[in-house]
Design a protein around this ligand. Structure first.
Ligand code: FAD
Length: 389
């Protein structure tokens, strides 16, 4: 590796997934001389930011600390869509379903908590009778025993499109983007940070580390020890009547079951995406790494998934699976975010571990991190995401 400096920047962003793309765009927009580096060619399907769509809810049952970030992100998705000329967000509305007392409810009775947070924040969220929902969506097999709530302002962020849009806008504002280049080492000094890649050496006034499930490779031991990476599976099944599942007709459904692994979600289908219904579950039982994860999803795994998650809850979604993807969560011990200065230097900000619920907040998180880099403070409070909370 060369020890000569190839170029100097105000800010170097390592990793250009959801988080890094947002920071790079905001930094370039604010006039910083920014370099964004990614080991692959984002948007790509090897990290945590692929598979067409991500759920976004203004009533964020995960905690009130998230409310301003998702609200600001919705504003930013709208301005980004206007700037690039295609939508990166669809307001489909969304249902949340919980089985009464389901042990798997990581967020403690998610419908009740979402409803409480919505009331305080003035967000429209209606707790409905299951029979009323069944009358409108007869193919959702809701028993009378579940709690179900609906948020009309919820929707889907187009994940690859949002990343591409922000990287394109960043490039338009003169950001330098280096793709297919891997960062090997980050060396903090009192007045700068030196970033070495497999192709060169760069000097930055500040570095943002947004390497998602690869974060452990470059993080400090203090942060590395807090991270767990898990393999998640996303499947697309053909539908008897695909029109019924269009994003304009069909709100997403998040269904929390008996255990964490009983969770499942069904998504409305935006134009131009896979011609099938996207479904997913979650699992936290087996950990992995981004380099060693099994990226093959067998036919047996697909069949088991359908029998366990889809068939008991939905009519009209066939067993024919036409696309399958592995995606990765990077979790902290309490399932909240980890965004703070690196213990090695205040000139490095760590911002990737978002515990499987970060995309909806990513646009505003990028803006807040850039404000912190530029002024030492941000309009929205990043404090709740520090490891000492
Ligand atoms: C199946 C699934 C469903 C999800 N559903 C939702 C949802 O509905 N709503 C929601 O809000 N969130 C959701 N999430 C979470 C959300 O998608 C993630 O929090 C977010 O995408 C993480 O983005 P990231 O930028 O941190 O990581 P990534 O997108 O993985 O980006 C990290 C980038 O760093 C690059 N990189 C790594 N190492 C290096 C290196 N050494 N040098 C250079 N580049 C490097 C990688 O190539 C990659 O592009 C979901 C996640 C998954 C997996």
């Amino acid at each position: 590796m060369s020890s000569e400096i190839d170029a100097t920047y105000d800010l170097i962003v390592v990793g250009l997934g959801a988080m890094g793309a947002a920071v790079t765009y905001q930094a370039a927009h604010a006039g910083l001389d920014v370099l964004g580096i990614d080991r692959f060619d984002p948007p790509h399907h090897l990290g945590s930011s692929h598979a067409d769509t991500r759920i976004s809810r203004l009533a964020v049952g995960e905690g009130e600390q998230y409310l301003p970030f998702v609200a600001r992100s919705h504003e930013l998705w709208s301005s980004i869509s206007d700037a690039v000329g295609y939508p990166v967000f669809h307001e489909s509305g969304g249902f949340i379903v919980t089985d009464h007392g389901g042990r798997g409810d990581r967020w403690n009775d998610f419908v009740t908590e979402t409803s409480r947070i919505a009331d305080r924040a003035g967000v429209d969220f209606v707790v409905e009778q299951p029979s009323d929902v069944r009358a409108r969506f007869p193919h959702i097999k809701l028993p009378d025993s579940v709690r179900v709530g609906f948020e009309p302002t919820a929707g889907l962020v187009m994940c690859e499109r949002a990343i591409k849009a922000q990287l394109d806008l960043a490039a338009r504002s003169r950001a330098t983007l280096r793709r297919n280049e891997a960062v090997a080492r980050i060396d903090p000094h009192p007045n700068e940070v030196i970033v070495e890649t497999n192709q060169g050496t760069y000097r930055g006034g500040h570095v943002v580390l947004a390497t998602g499930p690869w974060l452990a490779d470059l993080a400090s031991p203090e942060h590395r020890n807090q991270l767990t990476v898990t393999r998640q599976v996303v499947l697309w099944f053909e539908a008897d009547d695909l029109g019924r599942f269009g994003v304009e007709q069909h709100p997403f459904v998040m269904w929390v079951g008996e255990t964490d692994e009983d969770y499942m979600a069904v998504f409305g289908r935006p134009e131009g995406t896979v011609e099938a219904v996207k479904v997913l579950s979650e699992q936290f039982l087996e950990t992995t790494t981004a380099d060693t994860v099994d990226r093959v999803i067998s036919d047996d795994e697909v069949a088991t998934f359908h029998a366990r998650h889809v068939a008991p809850k939905f009519d009209g979604i066939s067993t024919r699976c036409i696309k399958r993807e592995v995606c990765l969560y990077t979790n902290t011990p309490d399932d909240h975010f980890l965004i703070e200065a690196d213990p090695r230097s205040d000139r490095i900000t760590v911002m990737s571990p978002c515990s499987g619920h970060g995309f909806k907040h990513s646009a505003a998180l990028g803006e807040a991190v850039v404000q912190q880099v530029m002024t030492g403070t941000s309009q929205l409070d990043l404090g709740p995401f520090a490891s000492r909370r």
